[in-house]
Write a protein that binds this ligand. Structure first.
Ligand code: IMP
Ligand code: MG
Length: 186
């Protein structure tokens, strides 16, 4: 595994994001919705740095992923708080094809939110398949498969405090490949 973003870089990046949000939403209140499971680390680190009156909730998104198939996106909104007339910020680990953030933005808006914006830790270059872009992003990365700081491969590596590129040799050691379709929580 090759480290791409060190833990202290992530910490500084999240602090920059928090400062931007504190300025953007100054004088108002915010409902932060973390997209489970990948946003776990960013959500916890970010909300502790936000200064406006805040509500925190989660949404579950999962998809059946393969490299060739776009995959079916499934959403579970059972744990989502009421968003009517709220300023909402979706928080996710990565904006890859953008389908998750795109769909969630529509869904939350349809539930009566006053505004819906999105913040991601990572934006993967050259992968987007939607016209929407995240309103806030901390780092831009090349098109490689990454794990750590919430990001997983088959539910492993989420606990790493840094972001690393998963190399083909790591996958061989796991006895599996990225090309295999992966089903499960994002
Ligand atoms: P989307 O393609 O933008 O909808 O991304 C959906 C989800 O795919 C993200 O929230 C991640 O959970 C997952 N994902 C995309 N790229 C990666 C990656 O490089 N590593 C781990 N998970 C990823
Ligand atoms: Mg995710």
């Amino acid at each position: 595994m090759r480290t791409l973003i060190e833990a202290d870089e992530i910490e500084r990046g999240v602090a920059r994001l928090a400062a931007e949000l504190n300025e953007r939403y100054a004088g108002g209140s915010l409902t932060v919705l973390g997209v489970m499971t990948g946003s776990l680390m960013l959500l916890a680190d970010l909300v502790r740095k936000l200064e406006m009156p805040l509500r925190v909730g989660v949404i579950q998104a999962s998809s059946y992923r393969g490299t060739t198939e776009p995959g079916e996106l499934r959403l579970s909104l059972d744990a989502m708080p009421d968003v009517v007339d709220q300023e909402v910020l979706l928080v996710d680990d990565i904006f890859d094809t953008g389908r998750t953030i795109d769909r969630l933005t529509e869904v939350v808006a349809a539930r009566g939110a006053r505004s819906v914006r999105s913040a991601v830790l990572l934006l993967k270059r050259g992968r987007s398949r939607v016209t929407r872009t995240p309103d806030f992003r901390v780092f831009e990365i090349p098109d490689e498969f990454v794990v750590g700081y919430g990001l997983d491969h088959r539910d492993r590596y989420r606990n790493l405090p840094y972001v690393a590129v998963l190399e083909p040799s790591d996958l061989d050691a796991e006895g599996t490949g990225i090309d295999d379709a992966v089903s499960g929580a994002e």
